[in-house]
Design a protein around this ligand. Structure first.
Ligand code: G1P
Length: 283
């Protein structure tokens, strides 16, 4: 079989309001909230880079300009700190900016994650692409050299050439916060998806295997998204489109290695902050 081309593009849906973090997110995008000294969205872009992706697409909305500024040169700042020891604080972001291209599209109406991904179709075209939900912060495993979640998914895509999503077992009482899958385990921790449901009540959930915000999607997903009616919360759900795709094609779900923090919640955000401060921060 011909080798699938390496995935180049990664989409970041980033139009949500971040109401759980008000008032912090009143005038600032939630994606710019820092975990220690780095905004959440930058962790996501660095994870995409680690997986070999350098074409970064943001689906934004009103009030999200700080994201575009973050990935652009700040002339005054560069001028101010040029030649001082403070310059080293810009090393990571400079590397990101030098390695990637950034494209921004606005989602004019908040019609759900599926709609946000569909908004990105013009910048994806007919290629397999990745999606990162930056709220889900994924750290590399500490007990191996394995890379972060998206690189693990990309590796599976190379092997199976189909859509791949990340999953994690969650407490049964939490299923209503996630998309939940069921499927047949075809290799340790790898499931061929046969059902998916968005935010089921615990009593309706087929399993406790929850979708985490990392996806590799083949471009046929756009056709399915166009046919997907609004579902849970009245929104167009990527979960519903993927369920349809899984009826016709192989869709894999993988229990990725490493730790994941739900930075869309205050508790997860604090946990991530402590983790990164203890494990990754050096002054
Ligand atoms: C989205 C998806 C859901 C997934 C979750 C992971 O939900 O719709 O299937 O489990 O992300 O974080 P959201 O958290 O945006 O409501």
């Amino acid at each position: 079989m011909a080798k699938a081309p390496t995935i180049r593009k990664c989409l970041f849906p980033a139009a949500g309001y971040g109401t759980r973090f008000l008032p912090a997110t009143k005038a600032m995008p939630k994606e710019m909230l820092p975990i220690v000294n780095k905004p959440l969205i930058q962790y996501g872009v660095e994870e995409a880079m680690e997986a070999g992706m350098t074409q970064i697409g943001f689906i934004t909305g009103r009030g999200k300009r700080a994201i575009a500024d973050h990935f652009d040169t700040s002339f005054e700042l560069e001028h101010q700190i040029f030649g001082t020891s403070k310059e080293s604080h810009l090393d990571d972001i400079r590397q990101v900016m030098d390695s990637c291209d950034f494209v921004f599209m606005r989602q004019r109406e908040m019609l759900g994650l599926g709609h946000a991904i569909l908004t990105g179709e013009p910048m994806i075209g007919a290629e397999t692409f990745a999606v990162i939900l930056a709220d889900d912060l994924c750290a590399a495993p500490t007990d191996s050299d394995e890379k972060r979640a998206l690189a693990q998914l990309a590796e599976l895509y190379e092997r199976y050439q189909c859509s791949v999503i990340a999953i994690e077992e969650v407490p049964k009482e939490d299923t209503a916060s996630y998309g939940i899958i069921s499927g047949d385990e075809i290799a340790p921790g790898i499931y061929q998806v046969n059902d998916m449901v968005e935010k089921p009540k615990p009593e309706d959930a087929p399993t406790n295997m929850a979708i985490i915000g990392r996806y590799i999607l083949t471009p046929e997903i756009f056709g399915y998204l166009k046919q997907t009616a609004p579902g849970a919360n009245g929104e167009v759900q990527i979960t519903d489109a993927l369920k349809q795709l899984a009826q016709n094609r192989q869709v894999l779900a993988v229990k990725f290695k490493g730790q994941r923090f739900d930075c869309g919640s205050i508790e997860g955000f604090v946990e991530a902050t402590n983790y990164y401060y203890e494990n990754h921060y050096s002054d």
